[in-house]
Design a protein around this ligand. Sequence first.
Ligand SMILES: [Zn+2]
Length: 80
Amino acid sequence: MNNEEFDDKNEWHCNADLIFGFVCQYCDSELYFDDVPNCEPDKGFGSACVIISSEAQKRGWKMLEELSFSCPECSKERGL
Ligand SMILES: [Zn+2]
């Protein structure tokens, strides 16, 4: 469980809010709400953004800059 609240200054939360997940800057990898267990936007959009953000970071996604992310494979390849 994650009790963290949606934070509009958190770039991860904002990105999830904007595009409903994360897309890799380098390849076609994507992570969307559907890909994450217990991530149910119908039950609370803000909390779904929080859940997917922590899951993305747990899986090894990296933030390159604002609204720009790298998937675990590309991050590893580039030593991020
Ligand atoms: Zn990638």
